[in-house]
Design a protein. Structure first.
Length: 122
């Protein structure tokens, strides 16, 4: 597995971790201490902020998990990949998007820029 693929795998481990302690541990493994996460709904810096965004998404979509769709496309410490938020009950995926990450020298995420491609009607 490449450095980028490993980073993306850790990213999904963080998004799918359960409980505050497990989320914090997974975020620490995936993001640098000053790592950031930005999408249309959130903009945070630091592991605590990233963990809070993940906990918030899990609270909004209980019984769902994030899954990678397709391959990781990467070069020069930058990677992009697509994902869906999938219901464990019925397999539906009301939310989908794509993210672009930049990696630190240690292979952890420095920045995430997320894009929402499909969101549920309000």
């Amino acid at each position: 597995m490449s450095v980028s693929e490993t980073a993306v795998a850790r990213y999904f481990e963080a998004w799918n971790a359960k409980g505050a302690e497990n989320i914090a541990k997974a975020v620490a493994a995936a993001w640098t201490e000053d790592g950031s996460y930005t999408d249309p709904l959130a903009e945070v810096v630091g592991q605590e902020g990233v963990a809070a965004v993940i906990a918030g998404a899990q609270g909004q979509f209980p019984g769902y998990e994030f899954r990678q769709t397709g391959a990781v496309d990467a070069h020069h410490g930058i990677a992009r990949f697509a994902w869906e938020l999938v219901s464990l009950a019925d397999g539906s995926a009301p939310v989908a998007g794509s993210d672009v990450i930049a990696l630190a020298d240690d292979g952890r995420i420095r920045t995430v820029h997320g894009f929402l491609d499909r969101v549920p009607a309000v």
